[in-house]
Write a protein that binds this ligand. Sequence first.
Ligand code: GDG
Length: 553
Amino acid sequence: MISAPSGDGRPPAPDASLPPRPLPVEEPWTAERAVETYRALFRDAPFTIVSNREPWLARRRPDGGMEYVRPAGGLTAALDPVMRAMGGTWIAWGPPAAVSATGADGDALRFRVPPESPAYEVRRVPLSDVEVRNYYHGYANESLWPLCHSILEHVRFRERFWRAYVDVNRRFAEAVLDEAPDPRTLVWIQDYHLALVPELVRARRPDARLAHFWHIPWPSWDLFRVSPNHRELLRGLLANDLLGFHLESFCDNFLRCCEQDLEVLIDWRRRAVVHEGHVTMLRALPISIDADSFHELAGRPDTAERIAELRRRYGLEGRLVGVGADRLDYSKGILERLDALRFLFRRHPELVGRFTFVQIGSPSRVEIAAYAELQQNVEAAVARLNDALATPDWKPVVYVPRGLGQEDLAAFYRMADLAIVSSLQDGMNLVAKEFVAAQVERPGVLCLSEFAGAAEELEHAITVNPFYTEGFAEDLHRALTMPLEEREERMRAMQAILQRGNVYRWIGDVFTAAREALDLGRRRARPRAAAGTVAPTTASSVGGGTATGGGPA
Ligand code: GDG
């Protein structure tokens, strides 16, 4: 029996006059506090970010001039105010082919943002179409992405992918050397597109300060070794002072790979590794979102109006609603989710006509065959489910095959009685956190894959196993029938976690960890662990401490 919120068994329409329930009170971190943390730790040392994607998009206006637009949400939105206050340089791939073809300042190698009061510089690394195909779609997204998500069926290695990856990483490294001549500069590299940049920079500037955050999982050694370039990747990353992952288990996987592949000294307690005399500190630093902004957006009266409109448009009035919002990526478990929904309706026919699941699927990496295929498979699975079960005025699944604006996304999150995040593997998953932040009244339930990094922090979610369809379906049923009191209790606990650990706290934690890593490297007594002379896990001294050796504590 569904425990529906209102007397007539239907969820009430959102009430625009209700003030949104405030997030539990605790002084949240802000961009200013992250900047103060940097200043306290690094004084006036310059700051540089290196990422594949540009933080601002260059677009040509109809009058022929250029305009620079910041994408809403995501990491770039959180880092933008930090960069504005610190005034550094952001190095990224650009200009996009469409803009460069038009010439003028669209193919400028650098520009300053924000346009109205320039505060920091974007330095672009232009790539040809062939390079984009082989480095970005190829090595980054057909080799590394599926490998790191342990999905071997989609892994493809090609010589030309690797060659382009090396070349492009070299160009990024050159840009770092040009743009950050001051050795005190903290260079913060983002993600799996740029694994070789640290080594290439360090070779030319041994005293560089390098931090790197890897946003996706790191696989176990038995999978990682299938890469023909496994040693080069590890060597590239071991030139960092700090290497951050979302989870401790990813750090430990990385250390085990080093242990198997290279002559290294490992201090498992500190998660530090010495390779060719250089110390790299690993740290689990789970990313987060700007929870207050999301809560505020979801709680706006016009969001309530938007909800009413979306319910009308998609036939959701008076129904229980579930939501999923993903890039169309095979790692997100969208097909497994649709399977579980099929089981749910079969086992609980009382839900027919009463519950609708909305799947928002923004097309992603469509140039890659596996992604184009997934898009078709999702459409086909939705059509099968709807053909089998739909009634004249109801559909089990509403599929929105495109990305939505933040406002619509927040409205769907707020309206939903249930959200499904069913990743087969995921570094963190920000959708899970956004859904939690967007609950402002009569909270919904988060069904969260145990294989998403977010499950470690959001332990008050209902955890699901996307590989076990029947169990998954029963978990969905449990979520849909959960009493309001329990939903509120779980949501309060998760919102408190997000408010304490928002994205600005994450940035501050990265700065603090980078400082510790640099200090650890400096303190290290032994100048050089010569290759071949030290057994990989022999107990030894890293930064003056005692290494435990032999495995994680
Ligand atoms: C990588 C890691 C890690 C989705 N649909 C729409 C939309 N989105 C936004 C969400 C969210 C973002 O995209 C997706 O973030 P995820 O974290 O879920 O996933 P990835 O893109 O795979 O990100 C991941 C992350 O890096 C950060 O470290 O958490 O594990 O794989 O913000 O809101 N946004 C809008 N419309 C949509 O339709 N506006």
